[in-house]
Ligand binder design. Structure first.
Ligand code: C2G
Length: 151
C-alpha cells in the first residue's frame, strides 16, 4: 500500500486542484490530504471563501482522495508523514524546494501546476462581476431619476 501525502487550502475547488489530485493518486494507492484550517489560512495570509468543513466535504467527495486531516501549522508535516506512513510527499511546483528537508523520511516531489486557473483568478472574476453589477444598478438609478425629473 503506497501512500501519497499532500497539503493545501483547496478553496473554490477547481480543475487545477482536480488535475493535481488525479496525478497524485496515479503515483500510489492511497492519497491523504492535510487541509489548511481556516485559522491556518489566516497565518498563510489567505482569506478563504469556503469554510474548512465544506472544503473537507468537497475533497472527500473526490474519487482520488482517501482521507483528509486538518493542517494547522507549518511544523506538523513530519509527524503526519510518520502517522500516515506516507511513501511520497507531493505538491505543486509553486513550492519547489520548500519541503526538501523532509526527504530523509519520504520521497519529495514537486509537480507542475495547471496553468491559467487559480482561486485568486476566480475571486478576481467574482469581484469584477460584482463591480459591473454595481455600475449597472447605479446607471439604472440615474436613468430612472432623470425620467422622474421629466414627469
Ligand atoms: N495547484 C495546481 N494548479 C493550480 C492551482 C493549484 O496544481 N492551477 C496545486 C497547488 O500547487 C497545491 C494544491 O493545488 O499543490 C493546492 O493549492 P492551494 O489550495 O493553493 O494550496 P497552498 O495554499 O499552496 O497550500 O503546507 C502547504 C500549504 O498548505 C499548501
Amino acid at each position: 500500500m503506497k501512500t501519497i501525502i499532500t497539503y493545501g487550502t483547496f478553496d473554490l475547488f477547481h480543475v487545477g486542484h482536480v488535475r493535481l489530485l488525479q496525478r497524485l493518486k496515479r503515483l500510489g494507492d492511497r492519497l491523504v490530504i492535510g487541509l489548511s484550517t481556516d485559522e491556518f489560512n489566516t497565518q498563510k495570509g489567505k482569506t478563504v471563501v469556503i469554510p474548512y468543513a465544506d472544503r473537507k466535504e468537497v475533497l472527500l467527495s473526490c474519487k482520488y482522495v482517501d482521507d483528509v486531516f486538518p493542517e494547522e501549522n507549518w511544523e506538523q508535516k513530519r509527524q503526519d508523514i510518520q502517522r500516515e506512513n506516507a511513501d511520497i510527499f507531493a505538491i505543486g511546483d509553486d513550492w519547489i524546494g520548500k519541503f526538501d528537508d523532509l526527504n530523509d523520511i519520504v520521497d519529495v516531489l514537486y509537480l507542475p501546476r495547471t496553468q491559467d486557473i487559480s482561486t485568486t483568478d476566480i475571486k478576481a472574476v467574482m469581484s469584477q462581476i460584482e463591480e459591473d453589477k454595481k455600475k449597472e444598478i447605479k446607471n439604472l438609478f440615474s436613468h430612472l431619476s432623470s425620467l422622474v425629473t421629466k414627469l
